[in-house]
Design a protein around this ligand. Structure first.
Ligand code: SF4
Length: 92
């Protein structure tokens, strides 16, 4: 018998990501650090996509736990995630 549906274990939160299929340069610009310093609206396009993403929280948790150093994850830039980690450390 042929399996017609994907096994549940192979479904990932990434399958529900609003950024699925988006231009990687929008979420992971090659000159991220430079842009973050120069452009006040750095990441705005990616963050707008994240805003309505159904997996925003799990995406952000993933980025924090795996210490993603680059790109927009869960609506936050790398710099914003570092700040969040510091705030959480101080609060604990
Ligand atoms: S929160 Fe943003 S980066 Fe994360 S999966 Fe959703 S759209 Fe992609």
């Amino acid at each position: 018998m042929m399996l017609m549906t994907r096994p549940t274990s192979l479904v990932s939160w990434r399958d529900f990501a609003n950024c699925k299929g988006a231009d990687p340069e929008v979420f992971h610009p090659s000159d991220e650090d430079e842009l973050a310093d120069l452009a006040p609206d750095y990441g705005a396009e990616a963050k707008a996509i994240c805003e309505a993403c159904p997996v925003l929280e799990v995406c952000l948790d993933h980025a924090l736990v795996s210490r993603e150093k680059h790109g927009i994850w869960g609506g936050l830039s790398a710099r914003e995630r570092r700040r969040l980690i510091r705030r959480r450390r101080r609060a604990s």
